[in-house]
Write a protein of this length. Sequence first.
Lengths: 141, 141
Amino acid sequence: MVNTPPQVGYALKHAQSLLHLRMEEALRPLYLTVSQYSCLHHLRREPGISAAALARATFVTRQSMNAMLQQLIDRDLVARPSRAESGRALPAMLTAVGTDALDAAQNLVDGVEQRMLAGLSATESAALARGLAACVNSLEE
Amino acid sequence: MVNTPPQVGYALKHAQSLLHLRMEEALRPLYLTVSQYSCLHHLRREPGISAAALARATFVTRQSMNAMLQQLIDRDLVARPSRAESGRALPAMLTAVGTDALDAAQNLVDGVEQRMLAGLSATESAALARGLAACVNSLEE
DNA sequence: TTGACCATGTCAGCATCCTGACATACTCTG
DNA sequence: CAGAGTATGTCAGGATGCTGACATGGTCAA
């Protein structure tokens, strides 16, 4: 048998599960869920993105994303025109309030990520990032 | 700012999300979900474990685990006494059918994990496993 | 131009998992 | 021995996310 490290999948799930938990705890004071944070985060990276594209980026369905966007719009964190200028896609954008909320959330999330990587050297962290990217690459298609 | 690799958390979520998807696809012919597979897997590692302990090992709540165990019992993959000899914990065990199903599932899951690690050398896979373990260590209390 | 094809947004229904709460059973301290 | 503390199983309710389906709008080949 090949000398494969045992349980990489389990370690992956364990790490992701704990990271999600810690992020949820960190974001609770802002009344943001991890999914909502992810949504705002990608919205800043790609202003005017469609809900469907946002859904793909955050690993949820279009339906879930549209429901979440509606919540964020109700809280004035996100704005979206009611009509598309061309095509059907409705471009979503962060509001000023949303940008502020994201800034605060980003600080908290960065803290969690630094805590997660605290036991690793810069070299090891880079190796981890490259390893994960390779896994993603092998699994998509 | 510290020279932190960007987006390790996102890469972690991306990899985990894809791994879950591929496992779900692989296990579909056996009519098993990833959660059910995880349950059976840990049940083999620790026969007679309680549902609450199983829940902790698979990152779900006691309630979800008991509901899932009931499904597996209805399918004769798992057996559990109706009364505890001592204490309240009801020890769960794999049946013969459950063991066979797990064997088949394990092969499929192993294939997915090998596919995930296909782009990495043995050294890199080991580094990935160690990195993930370090993350888990830093994130749990 | 027309018709197949694809992407987006949306509606309805369903499954899953969670939080909160409670009773039971053991453990351990005082 | 009495009481708090902890762990387990269970019930009820609600939130979240998914699948399936449909209409709309744009694209592209025939």
